[in-house]
Design a protein around this ligand. Sequence first.
Ligand SMILES: Nc1nc2c(ncn2[C@@H]2O[C@H](COP(=O)(O)OP(=O)(O)OP(=O)(O)O)[C@@H](O)[C@H]2O)c(=O)[nH]1
Ligand SMILES: [Mg+2]
Length: 625
Amino acid sequence: MTGASAMAPARIALVGNPNSGKTALFNALTGSRQKVANYAGVTVERKEGQVVSASGRAISVLDLPGTYSLRARSPDEVVTRDAVLGKLAGEQAPDVLVCVADATNLRLVLRLILELKAVGRPMVLALNMYDIAQRQGLRIDLAGLAREIGCPIVTTVATRKRGIDDLVGQVERLVAAGAVGAESAWREPAAGEIRDAHREAQRILKAHVKPPERPDTFTGKVDAVLLHPAAGLVILLGLLFVMFQAVFSWGKVVGDLIGDGFTAAAGLIAAQLPHGLITSFLTDGVISGVGSVIVFLPQILILFFFIILLEDFGYMARAAFLMDRIMGGAGLHGRAFIPLLSSFACAIPGIMATRVIDNKRDRLTTILVAPLMTCSARIPVYTLIISAFIPSRMLWGFVNQQGLVMFGLYAAGIASALAVSFVTRRVFWRGAVEPFLMELPAYKIPDAENVARNVLLRGKIFLTRAGTIIFPLMIAVWLLSNFPGAPAGATGPAINYSVAGRIGHFIQPAFAPIGFNWQMIVALIPGFAAREVAVAALGTVYAVGSGDTSPALLGHTLAQHWSVATGLAFLAWYVFAPQCASTLGVVKRETNSWLWPGVMFAYMLAMAYVAALITYQIAIALGAG
Ligand SMILES: Nc1nc2c(ncn2[C@@H]2O[C@H](COP(=O)(O)OP(=O)(O)OP(=O)(O)O)[C@@H](O)[C@H]2O)c(=O)[nH]1
Ligand SMILES: [Mg+2]
């Protein structure tokens, strides 16, 4: 070995069944914060991190998507197979494979272990979730199992960082023992070989693992209720309902406080600085613009608190199971559930999560409808318009009417996704939807640290967007709304003469049938960069135009300037409008063609216009003009 190669970090890859704790182990090893959740298919890409062993050896760690076999079918499984075999572009096979197994669920992983053995690289088996195995009194003959499969075994509790040093030590030992030939041998097995492997796995399991003394009866008992065909659906709807009630009732209180803070800051600036462009920039551009979005931080945090709690508990895979019949009826694959669920945060991770779907048409259908799910960037828009136009009344004594409308908008998103998928599958891609098999994870008590970390992460993403996308766009909107200034002897407000005002007035006739005024057009244009930008832009445009700079009062300003019909049409528009350039970019990347982002843009725009038109005209007819 030359000096240089001795210095090169050893490379290991974490391979295992879905939901076995690979990413938790990756985070424990490398100090990263990749997403961990209690359902299969969380990781869909390779992720790399570094760890230095106690003896100072640098080790590069690869986290991979979960798989049951190297006979990869879906795009995420292909990533794992290629990484293990060293077939990824510019990458060699890892020096050591770390097979991560859920100790309480060894049946399926044993077949994968046999496949990985055939690859012929040094391997260590990490028996993860060993805490649960011990609690259940599961008896695993570690020495016998290690002898049988021919590789060392370490027990780990990834979430508690237990067994990590032991694992790193084993890796070092294997690396020091010297690499085997760089060739990774593996080929698709024949049917007979698969049967033999199956039998062999069965035999090993019987010989070395005794069933638990205290098996997990909790999961079965809870599932009897939560997976009940009728009661289960009622509970699912109930959970969603409570979620939106909470977003509105609790989120509003804190959001208003933040809004008051911004208003006070604007007042302070206006009082301290001379009246002029700088002051206008700070109050109208920064505070009214960016501030009007930031006030929605509490709503975002509350919503994600619920979602992440349910994910960690293990409920989301059940929700997928409950929805499977409905989704199948609409032509969506059962595996589309998790990608669509991720789209509630943002369509981009949702579209990436479709990599777990192997059938191309199923995957494309899911990609096309993912942006119809209500992403968190719509929350500021929905919340603003709802609080401006929907009275905050209690219905039947306990239902907050605003929360109910929010629930309805989410439902409209889901219903339209099902409808679009149904039409796509009926008209364009006929054919049966393939059956769906997904292991239901055992329920786990949510890990407080994991929940807190993920909720804060969502908050950070939201604020980063406010700083990086919204802030520069608000500077642009403010500039365009102020320049050129009004000519001498002008009678109307100065903003009417600005570039933004002129553009808005020019395009507005096309939007007259759906009740949009020119200020809304000015907000919609930068809103194509990101949805919540529209809220910030409305804040700036109305602040420049009317001088009302309070983010907390933007709702009131809108209620004065818009009819109820216009407000409702704007909501309908936002359920469908393709107002997100980055989503279209990701669709291009994932489908490798401009065709699909084009199709997506066109159909969503058409739906948005039609929905807003119908809403506006009906509202007008009902006297809400
Ligand atoms: N009790 C316990 N829970 C664990 C342990 N390791 C992971 N978990 C939990 O198991 C679930 C799955 O963990 P992940 O790290 O996301 O699993 P993964 O193998 O990366 O899953 P995919 O990316 O979907 O293949 C999460 O809820 C973790 O908090 C462990 O050692 N003990
Ligand atoms: Mg993972």
